[in-house]
Design a protein around this ligand. Sequence first.
Ligand SMILES: Cc1cc2nc3c(=O)[nH]c(=O)nc-3n(C[C@H](O)[C@H](O)[C@H](O)COP(=O)(O)OP(=O)(O)OC[C@H]3O[C@@H](n4cnc5c(N)ncnc54)[C@H](O)[C@@H]3O)c2cc1C
Length: 478
Amino acid sequence: MDMPAPDPRILARKAHVAARLRAALDGARVIDAPQDVIAYECDALSAYACPPLAVVLPETTAQVAAAMRVCHEEGVPVVPRGSGTSLVGGALPTADAVVIGLSAMTAVLETDFDNRFIRVQAGRTNLSVTGAIEAQGFFYAPDPSSQLACAIGGNIAMNSGGAHCLKYGVTVNNLLGVTLVLADGTVVEIGGPWMDAPGIDLLPVICGSEGQFGIVTEAVLRIVPRPEGARPVLVAFDSAEAAGATVSAIIRAGLLPVAVEYMDRPCIRACEAHARAGYPDCEAMLIIEVEGAEPEIAAQIAAIRAIAARHAPLEFREARDADEAARIWLGRKAAFGAMGRIADYICLDGVIPVSALPQVLARTAQLAAEYGLEVANVFHAGDGNLHPLILFNANDPDDLHRAEALGADILRLCVEAGGCLTGEHGVGVEKRDLMEVQFAPADLEAQMRVKDVFDPHWRLNPAKVFPLHLSAARRGAA
Ligand SMILES: Cc1cc2nc3c(=O)[nH]c(=O)nc-3n(C[C@H](O)[C@H](O)[C@H](O)COP(=O)(O)OP(=O)(O)OC[C@H]3O[C@@H](n4cnc5c(N)ncnc54)[C@H](O)[C@@H]3O)c2cc1C
């Protein structure tokens, strides 16, 4: 993976830039010692790392704006950062960039239960948004598996999803407004605590823009009342095809479970060894959760049982109480940690039409065999969002290259199947060079023109999202 060489003129002015940031930020932390900035050299895609020029940890929107103004005046690139859990290198710095980290911006600014919204600073973690409102019977629906750590600003930048997004939608469906600091330090409000803001609807343009258009400092989020009840079932199959076909049939029938999660044998084994959730020994397993009032839950589970029965399940396990429900989820929730115990892995994030699941899973297994690598599958099957985990040995450069090449082939397969390169993790640097598989040159040019509007000098989160050779002229002009 290539990154552009840092600008030596900026590197030479490091002390001057740090001093200006300190003077402008009125007490907020500015870190520039080499032994300290190293903590910000990478995100969760730790195969790539580069210590930044400096790191700023503001506490207010005004401080973010002040830092952006200094960087704008000095011509220094800026990398926005939430909690650094990006799996695609979205928060990977360059040596000549200032990281603006929002981890100190965690306040709840307003809650309004009558109008069902919460306003938070963008560094607040996803799970602690729900933590602030659960006593009143509400929750914030998007639930990335990283929700204990990842921040709302990062969720907005990546349009993050999670297991429960099949029913409630992903971040963009639960976002009402943002406060955004532009590259020159201008502060703008987009949307607000009402259902439909006047004017051009820019919110979906910002959501998913991967830190390319500005820094989100505050967010207004939709909150929803907790359902009366919820119940998961576990369905085991002796083939990936049977599990995939069951998912397609559930969706085709118009049922709307809150989650449909898929795990294959390598993943089930790893989770079982790690979490001891009592999972069956089988080729593929679905966890399907439904929610609502008791009669609604019973009716949905009966319909799912009837559909699953047509695909000869080895087991259909319905949780009878809260303990059994927690055990069904236990292994799934520990899946990424469990896989990390047995090998290094690259977590992919492709999307396919649900109906293509059986063929895509079969072809993925063939590709893995051709590359001589193991792939474990754990993913949000209900919305066709695949997360193949490619297992490899990070100490062996050849293994890493093979894993990357296999990952690229699997993502190409997703596009060929009528899907796309990313469901929820974003493009970052990981899929940057695959964007031309999905988009024609004219499409990419149109997307880059949108960036021209928000960031005319191309200084925000440089060298991400767009293939380097396509963005070179714009970045060079900066
Ligand atoms: C174990 C694990 C499980 C995961 N599970 C899921 C999952 O289920 N679903 C899912 O969607 N993702 C998942 N992720 C990926 C990751 O957690 C999400 O992409 C998350 O939204 C990133 O948030 P963050 O605060 O860590 O952002 P960072 O990693 O700090 O940054 C991510 C991107 O957002 C930009 N950014 C960050 N903050 C701002 C801001 N305030 N304004 C503008 N741009 C900003 C950064 O420049 C970068 O491009 C998982 C990651 C891990 C490690």
